[in-house]
Design a protein around this ligand. Sequence first.
Ligand SMILES: Cc1cc2nc3c(=O)[nH]c(=O)nc-3n(C[C@H](O)[C@H](O)[C@H](O)COP(=O)(O)O)c2cc1C
Length: 223
Amino acid sequence: MTEEVRKEIRENLDRRVAVRVYNDREISREDMEIILDSAWLSPSSVGLEAWRFLVLDRKAISKVREDLKSIAWGAAPQLDTASHFVILLAERNARYDGQSIRESLVRRGFLGEEIEKRLELYKSFQENDMQIADSKRGLLDWTAKQTYIALANMMTSAIRLGIDSCPIEGFDYSKVNEKLAELKLIDIEKESITTMLSLGYRLKDPKHQRTRKDRDKVINWLD
Ligand SMILES: Cc1cc2nc3c(=O)[nH]c(=O)nc-3n(C[C@H](O)[C@H](O)[C@H](O)COP(=O)(O)O)c2cc1C
């Protein structure tokens, strides 16, 4: 059993490559929902879940295609053929004294004094450990990093279903944020795009063998 699972994991890892051109096949709603569960149920630092995921099917992609193509060079081929896109958003100001951290503690079942104690801990975490409390950029980087966990989980679930994908960060962040705000899809004061994910079924296998650094150069066991 375990050996079979290992084999299956390895096959999925081998099959997953960045796919930029998809065929016409539509991903089913059921498959999309389980892929999205992988984002929703991903772990986040201090359980904050400072993220949101915008999901576009082919019809929705067609409405933003031309607008996005000119400002998202890394997404251009995918915008033409992908079955679905997910736009990953992160909260901008998840500071220890803000509303969303407090709300996350309530959601996680903390009460009264416990909440205040936790907030003290998060204050020190943000001020001293991560040194981001007074940096807008630092706070956004912190929540943005976490959306990449959701991104990876979606890709892993997708390939298990035989669905291909490509992560995308080749775009002008300010312009894409402005466009999403103009389309009333985001509140630009409160959130920012971090990355996109295209999904679909590959038109053909990649031409080139996938390359990686030597395994022992990047994986170092300690004695
Ligand atoms: C964070 C991130 C951003 C990426 N952005 C783009 C992108 O904008 N456009 C694109 O075509 N590929 C993008 N890629 C795909 C990478 O080029 C690809 O994953 C890498 O070359 C390794 O190839 P593989 O995924 O086929 O193993 C991105 C990958 C990651 C992880």
